[in-house]
Design a protein around this ligand. Structure first.
Ligand code: ADP
Length: 266
């Protein structure tokens, strides 16, 4: 085993762990993580979502769970279900508008608690919304948690693509498999095709593009994700197509690891 992978542990009861990363904030990573989780649920999977953006947790709002809703219980973190998806976020235990002012080591141990100490139950998928950047969270996750793969979110502009390439390089270095790139906010304003070209350049799969869509933004702000309330919407259909691709990739990953285990036993 590679030395950097020695500490890696599987999360009990969880079949596939897929993290959504970007190297820039505001490109729609949390929106993609949320709508992808709901789309995987539509494909009959049991799904959870972990808000690993510890200093800027947005998942409760996007799923319509009041922030701080577990604060009064005083029992720490547990999953809260919304739109059929089990969510965990620090935003659930912190009173609204409370900042998280943690240094690196605390962030790393907080993340590990959210991953390993929460009772997630049996899940087909855990989607992890990473913070932007090559942060402690991404490093800790890649070094401590068995990940099926990473999905990179980017907008089509060069400034975002440049950062996306850095994220790709970082996960490559950490030995984590990258499922591909999703282009978000494709439009006349931001451009189109940049994500696909970057995927080509980097030898990665292009998983699809999500257009700039007002209803998607409104759904995220209101806590009623578009994929949960309007499955016929073209953007919901695009998310479902991307979810199917991720589902297929995970089947391959699982077949490969099963055949490796069989080989090791014989
Ligand atoms: P990040 O997690 O990368 O910081 P968010 O998912 O929080 O980004 O998205 C930033 C803002 O952009 C949010 O208000 C969100 O609703 C909006 N947004 C994301 N993707 C789209 C899109 N395709 N069309 C319209 N608005 C979007």
């Amino acid at each position: 085993m590679d030395s950097r992978q020695q500490n890696i542990k599987k999360i009990p009861g969880i079949k596939n762990v897929v993290a959504v990363a970007s190297n820039k904030g505001g490109v729609g990573k949390s929106t993609i993580a949320t709508n992808l989780a709901i789309s995987l649920k539509r494909l009959d999977n049991k799904v959870g979502i972990l808000d690993a953006d510890i200093t800027g947790p947005n998942i409760p709002r996007m799923l319509g769970i009041p922030s701080g809703s577990l604060a009064g219980e005083g029992q720490g973190l547990r999953t809260v279900e919304a739109h059929g998806v089990k969510a965990v976020s620090l935003g659930l235990v912190l009173p609204p508008d409370t900042p998280v002012v943690w240094r690196g080591p605390m962030i790393a141990s907080g993340l590990k608690q959210m991953v390993f100490d929460v009772d997630w139950g049996d899940l087909d998928y855990l989607i992890i919304d990473l913070p932007p950047g090559t942060s402690d969270v991404s490093m800790t996750l890649a070094q401590d948690v068995m990940l099926s793969g990473i999905v990179i979110a980017t907008t089509p502009q060069e400034v975002s693509l440049e950062d996306a390439r850095k994220a790709v390089a970082m996960f490559d270095k950490l030995g984590v498999s990258i499922f591909g790139i999703i282009e978000n906010m494709s439009s006349e304003i931001f451009g189109e095709g940049g994500g696909e070209n970057a995927a080509d350049d980097l030898g990665l799969d292009f998983l699809g593009s999500i257009p700039l869509e007002k209803e998607l933004r409104i759904g995220s702000d209101k806590g009623v994700p578009l994929t949960a309330i309007n499955i016929e919407h073209p953007v919901s259909i695009k998310f479902l197509e991307i979810a199917k691709k991720i589902d297929q990739r995970c089947v391959i990953v699982n077949e490969q690891s099963a055949s490796l285990q069989t080989r090791d036993l014989t």
